[in-house]
Design a protein around this ligand. Structure first.
Ligand SMILES: [Zn+2]
Length: 162
């Protein structure tokens, strides 16, 4: 895989940062104060926001409330996301669109420098998403984009300029 570039430089694909994950796992509670316990029925095939791949059978998974970065005021949305219950090493190829999530339809949601939604684009897969991300992050008024699930709207990951 090669780095994806825009007119303004390379892109970085960001999971939930490792330090934040360590704090959440260590506290056994999420930012909303919900006590955390591994799910008895881990949802195989759901996206993991710690390492940007799908849940495999038998893995220990937590469901946490999380507010993604880059939003402000009324635009700061907290929502449910799955993470590994134990440290997993994070996302290994932050210069590339997550290969194990690239078959998914997504909404690419752009935020401006004040943390407000600038626009949202429905995309069919990772290649289509990459085109949309490059176009959006080529605009100076777009600070970052978030990838979100289509049906439930849940946050998956952030993309910024490097
Ligand atoms: Zn993980």
């Amino acid at each position: 895989m090669t780095a994806i570039k825009t007119a303004t430089g390379t892109l970085v694909f960001e999971p939930i940062p490792g330090a934040e994950l360590a704090r959440i796992r260590g506290a056994s509670a999420d930012e909303a104060g919900n006590a955390l316990a591994p799910l008895a029925d881990a949802p195989v095939g759901s996206p993991l926001r710690c390492c940007l791949r799908e849940v495999r059978a038998g893995e220990r998974i937590l469901l946490i409330a999380y507010t993604p970065p880059g939003t402000a005021g009324a635009y700061a949305e907290r929502g449910p996301v799955f993470i590994h219950a134990d440290a997993c090493g994070g996302y290994p190829t932050p210069w590339a669109y997550p290969p194990e999530l690239s078959h998914r339809q997504q909404v690419v949601r752009a935020y401006d420098h004040e943390g407000r939604i600038a626009t949202g684009v429905l995309v069919d897969d990772g290649d289509h998403a990459t085109e949309a991300i490059r176009e959006l992050l080529g605009q100076p008024d777009v600070a970052l984009v978030q990838l979100r699930n289509v049906g439930f709207g849940c946050y998956n990951f952030t993309v910024r300029r490097a």
